[in-house]
Design a protein around this ligand. Structure first.
Ligand code: IPM
Ligand code: MG
Length: 365
């Protein structure tokens, strides 16, 4: 059995803006070690395109084993146009998908919270987004991302066909639904989004989750995914917890991020099941990508990654007080009007990635 090293974080900054935003988390970890006498250990390694460039594989076995042994992985972002022509199985994104699948991180928590200071940063009217607080629970190790058969195959008439398969089993649906049920406030509504009008697998998913309503005290409503995409723009505050499959969760969480002002603000936690000691395997990452167009310019927003680290403190280490302090520090910096370029508005002060990180640290003091 693999022994998990307590309080050891594996940082995988990855590609594009990944190293810049994870760099800010590194500073925060060092701050906690120095000022709160916390004994966090950090290790850092390659994943994604940078690993492909050096080792001809998006993640080496060595790095994968490090991920198995640490308390939690903090990932920046992977991918970029540089690797567009790389063979499919070696693409940077395979590193991320392998970590999710093989660490069995089936529940991906993507909170979309609109900070009061950033109400004007959203492209939607303030009254639509102010006070927004949604949790999207995305199934992360099944569905069309991993279903078989898959691939590109020749067919009779000289043509070829591309295949991916959407597939879920009862237990896969119920274990992610259970996580969502635990997160849902009792009096609020939770939605399972499926295309039950089109897909047999979705219909099956609805039945599997309906079964669970009978065993847990939560109100569960179903909404079609296309309708949800529309409702998220029309009246997003009607939602509390949204639990959905891998592909819809990917799309709807990007959409939800714009309700909060920027893709640069949304953190995420990918969690596995609790083991006998109550510990979970976990990986934390911003929901944004590697943003190669702004990489290396020092203008990326580190907040999503910093808030992902706050989730790591909360979910992996049960350090709620420290997580609260970090989230409050982010709020204070926003209160003072500091903004990275993506959330800049009139009258606010533009700061770089590292200035934002430093300002957040100064609020932790
Ligand atoms: C995400 C990303 C990934 C996904 C990519 C990079 C493989 O978009 O985490 O949302 O599709 O899951
Ligand atoms: Mg995505």
């Amino acid at each position: 059995m693999i022994k998990v090293k307590k309080r050891k974080f594996l940082l995988l900054p990855g590609d594009g803006i990944g190293p810049e935003v994870v760099g800010e988390v590194k500073k925060i970890i060092k701050w906690f070690n120095k000022n709160k006498s916390l004994d966090f250990e950090i290790d850092e390694d390659l994943a994604g395109g940078v690993s492909y460039d050096k080792h001809a594989t998006p993640i080496t076995d060595e790095v994968f084993y490090k991920a198995l042994e640490c308390e939690a992985v903090i990932l920046g972002a992977v991918g970029g146009p540089k690797w567009d022509d790389v063979e499919f199985s070696k693409k940077p994104e395979r590193a991320l998908l392998k970590l999710r699948k093989e660490l069995k991180l089936f529940a991906n928590l993507r909170p979309a919270i609109c900070f009061k200071q950033l109400v004007d940063a959203s492209t939607l009217k303030p009254e639509i987004v102010s006070g927004l607080d949604i949790m999207i629970v995305r199934e992360l190790t099944g569905g069309i991302y991993f279903g078989e058969p898959r691939g590109i195959k020749p067919i009779d008439n000289g043509e070829r066909k591309g295949i991916n398969t959407h597939v879920y089993t009862t237990s896969e649906i119920q274990r992610v639904a259970r996580v969502a049920f635990d997160l849902a406030k009792k009096d609020k509504i939770m939605l399972l989004l499926v295309k039950i009008n089109v897909m047999e697998a979705a219909c099956f998913g609805k039945r599997s989750s309906d079964y669970m309503i009978r065993i847990q005290d939560v109100e569960l409503n179903h909404m079609l995914a296309d309708n949800c995409a529309m409702q998220l723009l029309r009246n997003p505050k009607q939602f509390d917890v949204i639990v959905t499959d891998n592909l819809f969760g990917d799309m709807l969480s990007d959409q939800a991020s714009m309700l909060t002002g920027s893709l640069g603000l949304l953190p995420s936690a990918s969690l596995g099941a609790k083991n006998k000691e109550g510990k979970i395997r976990a990986m934390y990452e911003p929901i944004h990508g590697s943003a190669p167009d702004i990489a290396g310019k020092g203008i990326a927003n580190p907040i999503a990654t910093i808030l992902s680290f706050a989730m790591a403190l909360r979910y992996s280490l049960n350090l709620d007080k420290e997580a609260d302090a970090l989230e409050k520090a982010v709020q204070s910096v926003l209160d003072e009007g500091l903004r990275t370029k993506d959330i800049l508005s009139k009258g606010m002060k533009e700061v770089s990635t590292s200035e934002m990180g430093d300002a957040i640290i100064s609020k932790l003091q």
